[in-house]
Design a protein around this ligand. Structure first.
Ligand SMILES: [Zn+2]
Length: 623
């Protein structure tokens, strides 16, 4: 009995100690809360206060990200920051000194509370920046909210005070039940990955498999809401059907109509889509919009969850290099196209045209023979996002070439598995393994191993030649797996008479100025430079408007005397015209397919082999 009493006594002490420990632990819990207001939208300044509690250090560094994930360019968001001040809990000012371009150091002297205040100028219309004017506020958190490196994993709270007449907020972040303008994120990464639209935007909703989706629409656009919902919903359903999983509880499409808008940016459970006012009318622009939706939405798997090493967690202070953007972006481009085909927005014939278009791009881009696509990924920061006049000669788009590699791998897997597996199985398997089970990124080696496992063959030569090498791709070797082939349409008589220079011209006040000289082209051999102004050909004045026609009407082999102005000095340069390269690629079905080729064709293009694929003149000729 005494023993029992003693146990009870120790038990009480133990409970008390645990409780006291947890209470004191809670009292010392570090917390981060941002508050942001936009009192004067005409000034384009957001005013931010970052309140940090119980992070008691002598010095505390506040970092502004220099880039936004998904767009691989150092954008220097810190350059928009002004008026940095810090205070302790009693309102006494704490000394602040800038120690790097994007880092402010506060001498906190172990203050229990730090209030770090600053304003950010936001007036760039872009999916990658923030914006504030009388019509709306768009917050891309990486360009607004600073962070403390040691506290990046801590939960954060954001209290937004909107401009008084604005009642609507759209974001992937979770809002407080009582106040839609109070948001929480589980850590800084999630905050950065959740853009916020505030204003009077329209909000449409739909659901897929019981999961709510929102479409927030800022700006005036010419569209029918029901048709817009129906199109986006179709894309979501199709892609969910491909990946067979929805890993979010809510998804938000943030659409912005802008005068010259274009482009999208992916986030974990949202995306930003910018387009011009008429983009949803019909025809090619509508196709582009649907394609953009399909691309950005597919990123919620490929990149946001299934991600190469280096694409999260991020280092916001500097570049995060990845050799695998050709998978992150190229495969997403590929799946954007696949979704359009499966959802019926693209015909099998236009899917074939897209293959031909990619072939044309690779053949007519000299950079394809210079830079491997994995290196183009790594160099995205200095090349793809910072192109110059020579880019076409030195680099290749990891979007387009990545999509080509995806096509080749898809057809290889289908062929090697007797059409039992496809790239869809590979993507699902990678997603299940690295995101769902291991909850981490994948490496290049792991990606290659997964491809080999799915295809059941060694793909080392494939990766060596086409991914880390610049070998010319034997397209028909792969296309034949699906009973199709790439071919060049015959040159017409007129084509064979057109003179070719290899120049890309831009108009400057109507004058013809050289933008690019293709490597190895007749103009390159003649010694024409970028920025040369072409004044005349064979003594006749020439302008930007007529130079193409005037030079093309001269026959290949003929030498033209070009009068140019180079850095203000007039000189004459003879240019011998070449024969126009034939890049009139097209894709057609082969004549005698095997049963497997037919099977692959039918599952790949979602159509029967017997069906006519909208044959054009060439198609008729070959069938
Ligand atoms: Zn993308």
């Amino acid at each position: 009995m005494r023993k029992n009493v003693r146990f009870l006594f120790f038990g009480v002490i133990l409970i008390f100690c645990t409780l006291a420990g947890s209470l004191s632990g809670e009292a010392k819990q570090v917390s981060i809360a941002y508050s942001i207001d936009m009192k004067n939208p005409d000034s384009h300044y957001f005013n931010v206060t970052m309140r940090v509690q119980n992070f008691q250090k002598k010095y505390v560094d506040f970092h502004m990200p220099v880039w936004i994930p998904g767009s691989y360019l150092v954008r220097e968001f810190e350059k928009y920051v002004i008026g940095v001040k810090a205070f302790n809990g009693s309102g006494e000012m704490l000394p602040v000194r800038k120690v790097r371009k994007n880092i402010w150091r506060v001498r906190a002297d172990k203050a229990k509370t730090i209030q770090f205040k600053y304003s950010v100028y936001a007036f760039t219309i872009s999916i990658r920046n923030s914006f504030l004017d009388r019509s709306h506020a768009f917050i891309n958190p990486s360009s607004i909210f600073m962070f403390i490196k040691e506290l990046k994993e801590k939960p954060v709270r954001v209290k937004i005070t909107p401009y008084p007449s604005w009642k609507t907020i759209s974001t992937g972040l979770t809002a407080s039940r009582k106040d839609p303008f109070t948001l929480t994120a589980k850590n800084y990464d999630q905050l950065v990955d959740s853009p916020i639209e505030i204003g009077s935007q329209k909000v449409l909703t739909f659901s897929v498999k019981g999961v709510p989706h929102e479409i927030s629409i800022y700006g005036r656009g010419d569209y029918n809401p029901d048709s817009l919902i129906q199109k986006i919903q179709k894309i979501v359903r199709t892609e969910v059907g491909i990946m067979k999983d929805i890993d979010y509880s809510r998804y938000v499409f943030l659409i912005q109509f802008q005068p010259r808008g274009g482009g999208g940016l992916e986030h974990r459970n949202s995306c930003v889509l910018q387009m011009d006012h008429q983009a949803l009318q019909s025809g090619k622009r509508l196709d582009r919009f649907i394609g953009l939706v399909a691309h950005e939405y597919f990123h919620n798997w490929n990149v946001k969850r299934l991600r190469p090493k280096a694409l999260g967690p991020f280092d916001y202070d500097r570049e995060d290099y990845s050799w695998l953007l050709w998978v992150a972006e190229g495969f997403t481009t590929y799946y954007g196209g696949r979704a359009l085909l499966q959802a019926g927005f693209r015909t099998p014939k236009s899917a074939m045209n897209s293959i031909a278009g990619n072939a044309r791009y690779l053949v007519s881009t000299p950079g394809n023979r210079v830079e491997p696509v994995d290196e183009a990924s790594f160099d995205a920061w200095i090349k793809y996002y910072r192109p110059n006049e020579n880019s076409i000669n030195t680099t290749i788009s990891y979007y387009s070439k990545g999509a080509v590699i995806a096509t080749l791998l898809d057809l290889t897997i289908r062929h090697e598995t007797q059409n039992r597996k496809s790239l869809d199985d590979l993507m699902r398997s990678l997603y299940q393994t690295y995101y769902k089970r291991l909850n981490r990124w994948y490496t290049e080696k792991e990606f290659e191993a997964a491809c080999e496992k799915m295809a059941g063959i060694s793909l080392k030569p494939f990766f060596r030649r086409y991914v880390s090498g610049t070998d010319s791709i034997d397209a028909n070797h792969y296309l034949n797996y699906a009973g199709i082939e790439l071919y060049k349409k015959d040159f017409t008589h007129e084509d064979s008479l057109k003179g070719y220079t290899g120049l890309r011209i831009v108009s400057k006040n109507g004058n013809a100025v050289v933008k690019t000289v293709l490597f190895g082209s007749p103009a390159f051999r003649a010694g024409i430079y970028t920025a040369d102004e072409i004044l005349a050909a064979d003594d006749f004045r020439i302008s930007a408007g007529d130079i193409a026609g005037r030079l093309q009407e001269k026959q290949p082999g003929k030498t033209v005397r070009l009068l140019i102005s180079r850095r203000g000095i007039i000189q004459e340069i003879p240019l011998t015209l070449g024969l126009m390269p034939n890049t009139k690629f097209a894709v057609r079905r082969i004549k005698k397919p095997t049963a497997l080729q037919k099977k692959i064709f039918e599952s790949y293009f979602h159509t029967k082999w017997e069906e006519k694929v909208n044959p054009g003149a060439d198609e008729k000729k070959c069938l």
